[in-house]
Ligand binder design. Structure first.
Ligand SMILES: C[S@@+](CC[C@H](N)C(=O)[O-])C[C@H]1O[C@@H](n2cnc3c(N)ncnc32)[C@H](O)[C@@H]1O
Length: 941
């Protein structure tokens, strides 16, 4: 074999003898001579054979070969000297396997024919004459150091789409421009006018990076049929990838695309190329699901075409998924405008470091399908906030363990301070804290302890407490069972004995264990049917869980820390709780302390169906309906604030008052988890008195990281009682719940609450998506219902004036958010958590309580404004039915409700009225019906 010829032939010579009908493109646009897919690897070179490039391997001992080819390995020279690990992802180049793998089950690389070669390199050859114009700027190497497998042999590299024969090429999108070359500037050029994506300095405008919507936005470049022939300055799209990339086999995700140089945010990376399928049948028959991407045709959101790169595509076919992707998709038209089918491309959504893997986000639907079809269990992207991290990945596991330890430390360190801080001041001054336990919990907890635990030994007390907590259900049921006279007498005697032996104080451990469960078990208030917590059903489980969770934590505590609890336990008195049966026993006084021996024998016999076992009641003030004094003060100040705002218009300007646009928010949460309120679902309604509901945004929020078992248990407990949106991502996916990542939710909230601020940051959502701030009578709002019953956000079709919008709030830009009275505190704290959890500083993101106003204050103020007696409003009735499901033929509260249009898709599916969307819509309906006469509102439809 004449090596010199091979080298000359393959790479260096400009006079490469290509055959008369070459299938290989060699001349690059810049005039540089390249064989695009000469796959130059270590000791692997290529040569021309007829009109194909053939990969050949040289013997490792062929010294002359290696020396004489040193020039050829230009790209290779920098491939081994870097072993950086950008952003903690797969290091570059991905490490060779410890154990030599071989897909074919043979002995591994050592015995493969290309002995000594660390890479197995595929030959990607253009076989399509049309491709001449479209070659990547740099050769692309395919590297597999794992198992010698190559790419699918049917795969053909291509940088242009393959359209079906029946596609109508005449059906083009938008007219071609008539501008002279150089005249194609925004506002003038019709092509530019069709673009919603702005290019600045050759990149996507910074304000649009990350907020481009693939189904809505589009970039329209000038076409070869325009007068400028598409050669004007507006060009952003390249016909083929311009960056040095390599396709490398990795251990977990197969072939992956790595970039060898940095790419800055907003840069175009490449088109997503493949077979285009337009009709449903061929889509079903032909596409390989894991690889396809769908894009909607212009002018019709529902008409999808599928791009399938499985057999025919470019490097984008190898883009893996990452939960922290660096590429985002967008639609564009370049020199061709075929059948209104836009091209799909990827731009860098952030700065990408050299040697980083190029990744995209496959989206929840893709993952749902992958998991349901059992194709994949985990995501191997390794991102810090990965949705489905791989538990078998050692690095992930270590990270998780580290995180757990940190949390545990914070938990312990923070726990004492938390308890101390959150104790009501009265408790801090007065050492005696009342601990309320129910009759059954008292009986259960202490019945097994024949000798009262002496306060002298804390260890003994703790053991007793654990024993006590684990008392079996059998003991309890024995105490309840009916039986013979003899048994009855025996039971009475036993009961008396037990009561005599009952300690009046819990142990430190018991107090600690109870406190972990905080509000989820202590909360008994009925939030108008929304958050009712019954403990009976879960008590057994809870008790076991309490011990399970509390014991290891307790064991890890220092003596000092334990002493705090033991000391507190000494000052705690056990007080019987109130059972429902007790309450029903009219006229009977419920004792406030445990009965003495001589007291009412019946005390333990009541049917207990509700427990109140919280140790130290620290969080009461945040949970109840707006009846306490704090809420009242807030309501009064809200009413005054809104009243002041209304008076600024005067009585004559009712029309202005009516066109003011308010925001309403409702949340479903996972309850109060050590002062944190994690939102499960949020609904934001934009409304005005003149037009009613203008825009509804509602979504499930996730996924959430709950720091320990106890809190997770509490969160799950709360979710089962109310909205039933699981915390756990896998269950969520299995249940088909669509959710939005918290970061995106923040954007959605900010975009509505602070439309001006958000717009400056490149965020446009809801009504403001269209850049609309104010509109008058001539606008039209289209609100459509999607197939799954979800209300689509209203679309403002036409907007006419730029008059200053009336967005009521502290000042024009900081809008108030109206909330249900009993949810107000929860909404504020959910917002706080959203913000603190993402750790991002969002300017003006609403977390201060004065940004939120209670709905009753709102209605009060409006009523007073038109001198109506606000007190006449029956708030209880107005909002009481919020948690009551009303379906089908039943009497309904609102016309929309009759069509089941109030619910979010998930809650509608499971017929669960604890739905944020429904609560928000109904509340708005309540507001309108209450103010209808006073403001002469023409609504209710
Ligand atoms: C479009 S292909 C990407 C190219 C693919 N790696 C290959 O070798 O052809 C999608 C497939 O890559 C794998 N994959 C991509 N991203 C992944 C991730 N984050 N975790 C696990 N598998 C992934 C899955 O097998 C998926 O079906």
């Amino acid at each position: 074999m004449a090596l010199a010829t091979i080298v000359t032939c393959g790479v260096l010579s400009a006079n490469l003898p290509v055959g008369p009908e070459p299938n290989v493109v060699i001349q690059s646009r810049s005039g540089e001579v390249l064989v695009p897919f000469v796959l130059v690897g270590f000791r692997v070179y290529s040569r021309m054979v007829g009109n194909h490039i053939e990969v050949i391997t040289l013997d490792s001992d062929d010294e002359s070969a290696s020396s004489s080819t040193s020039e050829v390995i230009t790209l290779d020279s920098d491939s081994n000297d870097e072993d950086s690990t950008p952003n903690g992802r797969i290091p570059y180049p991905p490490p060779a396997p410890q154990k030599k793998l071989n897909a074919k089950g043979t002995e591994g690389f050592a015995n493969l024919p290309n002995k000594g070669c660390p890479f197995v390199i595929e030959d990607l050859v253009y076989r399509d004459e049309r491709m001449k114009e479209f070659q990547p700027k740099y050769p692309i190497r395919i590297i597999n150091r794992y198992n010698g497998d190559g790419l699918d042999r049917h795969f053909k590299y291509s940088e242009i789409n393959c359209y079906p024969d029946d596609v109508d090429h005449k059906d083009t999108f938008a007219e071609f421009c008539n501008c002279e070359d150089g005249d194609c500037v925004a506002n003038k050029c019709p092509c530019a006018k069709h673009s919603t994506i702005t290019i600045e300095d050759g990149k996507i405008a910074p304000r649009q990076i990350g907020s481009i919507q693939c189904c809505k936005d589009v970039l329209v470049e000038c076409s070869s049929q325009c007068k400028c022939k598409g050669r004007c300055d507006r060009k952003y799209i390249n016909d083929a990838i311009q960056h040095r990339v390599e396709i490398i086999m990795t251990e977990k995700t197969g072939f992956s695309c790595f970039v060898r140089e940095g790419i800055s945010a907003g840069t175009f990376v490449c088109e997503f190329v493949g077979h285009i399928y337009t009709d449903e049948e061929s889509i079903r028959d032909n596409r390989v699901l894991s690889y396809t991407y769908s894009v909607n045709r212009m002018d019709d959101e529902d008409e999808l075409v599928i791009i399938d790169p499985f057999y025919h595509g470019n490097v984008s076919r190898f883009f893996n998924h990452s939960c922290d992707e660096n590429l985002r998709p967008f639609r564009f038209f370049k020199y061709d405008r075929i059948a209104r089918i836009p091209h799909l491309g990827f731009y860098a959504s952030r700065n990408i470091a050299a040697n980083e893997e190029l990744t995209i986000n496959y989206g929840i639907e893709w993952w749902t399908e992958a998991i349901e079809s059992k194709k994949l269990d985990f995501c191997y992207c390794g991102a810090e906030h990965c949705l489905l991290p791989d538990p078998t990945n050692k690095a992930c596991k270590l990270k998780e363990i580290e995180r757990k330890i940190t949390r545990l430390k914070t938990f312990h360190g923070g726990y004492e301070s938390l308890s101390r801080q959150s104790l009501p001041s009265a408790h801090r001054e007065r050492p005696s804290v009342e601990c309320r336990v129910s009759q059954r919990s008292v009986a259960g907890v202490f019945s097994s302890t024949m000798n009262p635990p002496g306060p002298s030994s804390s260890a003994h007390a703790d053991v007793c407490a654990v024993d006590a907590l684990s008392v079996t259900a059998a003991q309890v049921s024995l105490a309840d069972s009916d039986g013979s006279e003899e048994e009855r007498v025996w039971r009475e005697r036993k009961t008396r004995e037990k009561k005599r032996s009952l300690p009046t104080r819990p142990s430190g451990f018991w107090l600690f264990a109870n406190s972990l469960f905080g509000e989820s078990v202590t909360r008994k208030k009925d939030y108008q049917g929304l958050n009712r917590v019954f403990l009976t059903a879960t008590f057994g489980k809870l008790r076991t869980k309490m011990i399970e969770c509390a014991q290891p934590l307790w064991n890890k505590m220092s003596e000092e820390e334990k002493k705090v609890w033991q000391k507190r336990a000494q000052s705690v008195k056990l007080v019987a709780g109130t059972s429902a049966a007790e309450k029903n026993r009219k006229g009977k006084k419920v004792p406030k302390t445990l009965p003495s021996e001589d007291e009412d024998e019946d005390f333990f016999d009541g049917e207990v169906d509700e427990f109140d076992i919280g140790a130290v009641q620290v969080e009461r003030e945040t949970s109840g309906p707006a009846v306490d004094s704090r809420s009242k003060t807030k309501r009064d100040s809200d009413a005054e604030k809104i009243g002041l705002w209304l008076r600024s218009f005067g009585q004559k300007h009712l029309a202005d008052v009516k066109r003011a646009r308010f925001l309403f928010a409702s949340v479903q949460t996972y309850g109060d988890l050590d002062r944190k309120v994690i939102p499960a679902e949020i609904a934001l309604v934009e409304f005005s008195l003149r037009h009613g509901i203008l825009d509804l945004y509602s979504t499930v929020i996730g996924p959430w990281d709950v720091p320990n078992d106890v809190l997770r248990f509490r969160a799950n407990f709360n979710c089962k009682e109310t909205h039933k949106i699981p915390l756990d991502l896998k269950t969520m996916l299995k249940m088909g719940i669509k959710f939005t990542h918290k970061k995106d939710v923040i954007g959605e909230i900010l975009g509505r609450v602070e439309p001006l601020v958000a717009q400056n940051q490149g965020l446009k959502v809801g009504l403001y998506r269209e850049g609309v701030f104010e509109f008058d009578d001539e606008f039209e709002i289209r609100s459509s219902t999607l197939r799954d019953g979800k209300i689509n956000a209203a679309t403002v079709v036409q907007h006419l004036s730029d008059t200053k919008p009336i967005l009521p709030g502290n000042d024009a830009e900081h809008r108030w958010i109206v909330c249900l009275d009993h949810e107000l505190d929860w909404v504020v704290r959910a917002m706080e958590h959203l913000k603190s959890d993402t750790g991002l500083e969002y300017e003006h993101f609403p977390t201060a309580p004065d940004r939120f106003v209670s709905v009753s204050a709102f209605v009060d103020a409006f009523k007073r404004h038109v001198q109506e007696d606000a007190k006449a409003i029956d708030y209880a009735n107005l909002f009481a039915s919020l948690g009551t499901p009303k379906f089908g033929d039943e009497e309904t509260s609102t016309p929309s409700e009759a069509n089941n249009r109030l619910f979010c898709p998930f809650h509608r599916k499971v017929l669960n009225p604890c739905c944020a969307s429904m609560a928000a819509c109904r509340a708005c309906f309540g507001i309108f019906s209450t103010l209808k006469d006073a403001y002469d509102l023409d609504l209710i439809n």
